[in-house]
Design a protein around this ligand. Structure first.
Ligand code: SAM
Length: 208
């Protein structure tokens, strides 16, 4: 199912200036490799939300080659930090190259492995945790993330509409992972949550 009509997507994306060559390069790489980056619409939402909560520390689970982390890094102040976690060392190396080329390397750390476990290695609270890992692991990620976000911070999650698959009664593990995560988020009194129906659905949980 198409969440947003292609024409509307094209219209919105036509409004954006294309002045950042690194972002352009990452978007091209995403297309060439058919690699699921969040894309410019969600990227801009991540940037705006990070600015709105005055984020200084962001933890990402599932950074790929650094596209979503790049949007966060651009929004953070000079001493801000985005912790990127990525299962694939090759993706993480690529992210390093992009961040170095853009001069954003001082605002990020690259951790290779399982983001759900790696969060235990980074002390302190986060202003934002962004989850974009294998979908069947979303409930585990929620359990780890929920107590690590400061009050007034955000739990952000990609793919909560999963091309409309969440409407189906299915035993597909990824869809079940997303649906379980969504129930956990919406039923947790520590969060005020919604889903923004852009691209594949972005979960926004505000920590009360
Ligand atoms: C959808 S892509 C991430 C895209 C990235 N957030 C972006 O928009 O640029 C998912 C990535 O998560 C990684 N991944 C999957 N499970 C993971 C886990 N448990 N911990 C860390 N990375 C994981 C995959 O290797 C893949 O690169």
């Amino acid at each position: 199912m198409e969440i947003v009509a292609k024409e509307i997507d094209r219209y919105i994306e036509g409004l954006y200036s294309k002045e950042d060559p690194i972002l352009q390069e990452m978007e091209r790489l995403g297309k060439v490799r058919n690699f699921p980056i969040v894309g410019p619409q969600v990227g801009r939402v991540l940037f705006i939300l990070a600015k709105l909560v005055n984020a200084k520390r962001v933890f990402e689970m599932g950074s790929g080659f650094g596209y979503s982390a790049y949007w966060f890094a651009k929004a953070l102040p000079i001493r801000g930090m985005v912790y990127q976690t990525e299962a694939s060392p090759q993706n993480s190396e690529l992210a390093k190259e992009f961040f170095t080329k853009a001069g954003l390397h001082k605002k990020t750390e690259f951790l290779v492995g399982d983001g759900v476990k790696l969060i235990d290695q980074v002390k302190g609270e986060f202003d934002i945790i962004f989850i974009d890992i294998n979908k069947l692991d979303y409930p585990k990620a929620f359990a780890k993330a929920k107590n690590r976000i400061r009050k007034g911070g955000l739990l952000l999650t990609d793919n909560l509409l999963w091309s409309g698959e969440v409407l189906e009664d299915t035993d597909d593990p990824d869809t079940c992972g997303i649906k379980e995560f969504t129930q956990l988020l919406f039923n947790d009194s520590a969060f005020f949550a919604t889903i923004l129906p852009i691209r594949d659905g972005v979960g926004v949980g505000y920590k009360l």
